[in-house]
Design a protein around this ligand. Structure first.
Ligand code: NIG
Ligand code: FE
Length: 405
């Protein structure tokens, strides 16, 4: 048993069985001051106030007043990609929009060309560097999408690389088939949608979820309906890209298919909020892409006021959000979306775990859950994380009960 003692405060304590937070619950988190926490067999074994700690620990870590919180959960990433899109970064600085870059054959198609030329081993090595950086910054569970293959052979290559990452890291990884990320080169729209549908059984052998970029200029509600129906037939639950570029109808089609989450949501109306109420779908906002693209931030406060929960994720990808720093995502949630630190914490831990179907095993301080924990340096509080948003705060990251080296 590992005992962490003299913890200034534990935050993110959630009772067993609570799988997500919604509405006013978003403002609540369990806190215990002057505490200890025990880890056994990779799981959270228990916690309490100092003076009641177990005496049979084999390893004792003195937190010296540091804070303990759940590791971040990042439910939306595209971190398997080849090379870089720094040339487009310059185009963007010079005034081109995301859509204009895509229309010139750049954007996702640029990444797809690079991926095609890159060997599977090299793709794995390049992607693993990003996963290591994310874990070092405190991410303990992440979802990774395909979507830069855009033909059957290259999509399967991506999915195999994601599986290999999943099998080689201490973080929990979920795999999403995003064949419908853009129309692959050489296909008509219709032929490509059919190809994605036909790919489904093979993709389903490697993937946990299916995703569609349901947005203006990419895939329609009808395409999405078809692809999600094909996914369901192969046992794949949906997670949808919706309402990033336009009010796309993606939210409604996602809810209709029982999506685990609908993501982006920079452009939503009250109709989308209404469609989500009473559903099991987690609205997920990606403030890193709002920041990087200079587009609106999601209306998180209004969603919460309407009784909904929200999750926040990084969207880490080479085109619209080249960062997987979840502490920065949390800071953007507070600074730009006006979430309180507690609301932001719930959004980057429990609710983001829910958006990956993982909130029964991680995403909070709950006995029996995986010990995916962050221990901060002394003096840190939850409010200081987004406030001092660039000051190093992490002393140790525990994933599955093991401290990262
Ligand atoms: O979530 N919106 C669609 N896909 C990604 C961007 C991918 C890229 O530009 O490479 C996103 O923002
Ligand atoms: Fe995305």
């Amino acid at each position: 048993m590992i005992l962490i003692k003299n913890i200034g405060e534990i935050v993110g304590i959630v009772p067993e069985g609570v799988l997500r937070k919604q509405g006013t619950e978003m403002a609540e988190t369990g806190v215990l001051k002057d505490a200890w926490l025990a880890i056994e067999d990779g799981l959270i074994n228990g916690f309490g106030v100092m003076g009641t700690e177990p005496v049979d620990a084999t390893e004792v870590i003195d937190a010296q007043g540091g804070m303990v919180m759940p590791a971040f959960c990042d439910s939306h990433t595209h971190i398997v990609y080849a090379g870089s899109r720094d040339g487009e970064f310059l185009d963007k600085i010079n005034g081109l929009s995301y859509e204009e870059i895509a229309a010139r054959g750049g954007g996702i198609l640029n990444s797809s060309d690079l991926l095609h030329e890159t060997s599977e081993d090299e793709l794995y090595l390049q992607s693993m560097e990003r996963v290591r950086e994310m874990m070092d910054k405190g991410t303990g569970a992440l979802e990774i999408k395909s979507g830069y293959g855009l033909n059957p052979a290259d999509e399967l290559k991506m999915l195999r690389v994601i599986r290999r990452i999943k099998e080689s890291v201490p973080a929990v990884v979920k795999v999403t088939f995003l064949g419908a990320h853009a129309i692959g080169r050489g296909y008509t729209h219709e032929a490509y949608v059919q190809t994605v549908v036909d790919m489904m059984p093979q993709a389903a052998e490697l993937a946990d979820f299916v995703d569609v970029f349901c947005d203006e200029g990419f895939f329609t509600v009808e395409d999405t309906d078809r692809i999600l129906t094909a996914g369901a037939a192969c046992g794949l639950k949906p997670k949808i890209h919706a309402n990033e570029l336009a009010v796309s109808g993606g939210v409604q089609v996602g809810v209709k298919h029982g999506a685990l989450s609908v993501d982006h949501l920079e452009r939503t109306t009250d109709v989308e909020i209404e469609a989500l109420r009473g559903s099991s779908t987690m609205p997920t906002m990606l403030p890193g892409s709002s920041f990087f693209l200079g587009i609106p931030f999601g209306r998180a406060k209004e969603f919460i006021r309407a009784g909904l929960g929200i999750a926040l994720a990084s969207d880490y990808n080479p085109g619209s959000s080249p960062s997987g720093d979840m502490r920065f995502v949390m800071a953007l949630g507070c600074i730009r979306m006006r979430l309180t630190p507690v609301q932001a914490l719930n959004a980057v831990t429990l609710n983001s775990a829910y958006a990956m179907g993982l909130s029964d095993i991680t995403g909070s301080i709950t006995p029996g859950k995986r010990a995916d924990l962050l221990l901060t340096h002394p003096g840190w509080t939850l409010t200081k994380l987004p406030y001092l948003y660039q000051t190093p705060f992490l002393r140790k990251v525990f994933l599955g009960g093991r401290a990262l080296g």
